[in-house]
Design a binder for this molecule. Structure first.
Ligand code: FAD
Length: 310
């Protein structure tokens, strides 16, 4: 088994370390800053080959990577945006089935998540396959005593001067724009402002969304809030929602139930606003504000000039 990681700017893709751990520590890292990203796998990987590339060219990369991983029955990619782009192309070149959205990958059995995590499907492997692993489903404990062997490898035909390759759908990179917190995948958001039942009304949640936009945060919510339809399901954080990895987490009117906190990862900073000083969310907060969350949201929205129609 081998993990293939597409990287940008020397940064591992979301769930990249987990894909390597699931693949038993063997990886091929491709992209801009591949050497730096390969080094970041210390403690998780044992054997890494890396290839420095410029722009993301999944069609060309699939052509060039395929011969290097053909001997591995299972090729694992993280289900990150670039991983989901590269995986089907690699499956096509290798002429293998693609098992997308796995939560567990074994040499003879792959478990896939379907319908937003409501259904698990076991696929018994009858031959070689390519699979994508959902970020956040297994973690990747670091073992500092693990020795890492890293070596550079050259991919043929992936240079800027090389033509479009065999993939007619090869994307062309025009410009790299910073991610918009309002629309980016919540799992990749560095700053999240989340609301719970304590906000009391849908229009307060709307106002929180505007505040979040104004301060560069993505919007998250509890299951109570998504069940009420105040925000779409993809904004739900927790065991039956998205697993997030923010640096900053602002929790307003959220009790901190275990099913919610289990999807939180390990934020560097947690700020909680709640009228109940002793609820679980307040106990894990670095800054706990005992105050009325709806009033605070309205006041901040007014101060920022994002009152909208609330
Ligand atoms: C199988 C299963 C899966 C689940 N999956 C998830 C999941 O993925 N994600 C998830 O979030 N939940 C999930 N849940 C639900 C979870 O157990 C909790 O019910 C939910 O997280 C609670 O949401 P909440 O904090 O918004 O609401 P509550 O628990 O009702 O908390 C509301 C909080 O607001 C505070 N509050 C009230 N008024 C104010 C005010 N004026 N100002 C400030 N604070 C105020 C209260 O003190 C309280 O702490 C799941 C449950 C089950 C059984």
């Amino acid at each position: 088994m081998i993990a293939v990681l597409p990287v940008r700017a020397g940064t591992l893709p979301l769930g990249g370390d987990e894909a390597v751990a699931e693949a038993g520590g063997v990886a091929l890292v491709v992209g801009d800053g591949a050497e730096q990203a390969a080094a970041a796998l210390a403690g998780v990987a044992t054997e890494v080959r890396w290839s420095e590339q410029s722009a993301f060219r999944p069609g060309r990369w699939a052509d060039a990577v395929a011969p290097l991983v053909d001997g591995d029955d299972l090729v694992v990619l993280p289900a990150s945006p670039d991983g989901r782009d590269l995986a089907p192309r690699l499956a096509r070149v290798l002429d293998r089935p693609l098992l997308a959205g796995a939560v567990r990958i074994r040499s003879d059995l792959v478990t896939l998540t379907r319908w937003g995590g409501q259904i698990m499907e076991d696929v018994v492997l009858a031959g070689p396959a390519v699979a994508t692993l959902q970020p956040g489903v297994r973690g990747a404990d670091r073992d500092p005593s693990l020795a890492l062997r890293a070596a550079a490898v050259t991919l043929a035909g992936t240079g800027d001067a090389d033509g479009p390759g065999t993939d007619a759908t090869e994307p062309v990179l025009l410009e790299v724009l910073p991610a918009d917190p309002a629309t980016m995948d919540l799992a990749e958001a560095e700053r999240i402002c989340a609301g719970g039942a304590g906000l009391g009304a849908a229009e307060v949640m709307d106002a929180l969304g505007r505040v979040a936009g104004a301060i560069g945060c993505s919007v998250g919510a509890t299951r109570v809030v998504t069940d009420w339809g105040w925000v779409p399901f993809e904004r739900q954080i927790g065991t039956t929602g998205v697993t997030v990895h923010p640096k900053l987490y602002l929790a307003l009117g959220i009790s901190g139930a275990v099913q919610h906190v289990a999807g939180l990862g390990h934020p560097d900073h947690v700020v909680a606003v709640n009228t109940d000083a002793s609820c679980p969310m307040m106990s894990i907060a670095d800054l706990a504000l005992v105050t009325d969350a709806p009033a605070l949201v309205r006041a901040v929205a007014a101060r920022l000039g994002v009152n909208g129609h609330a």
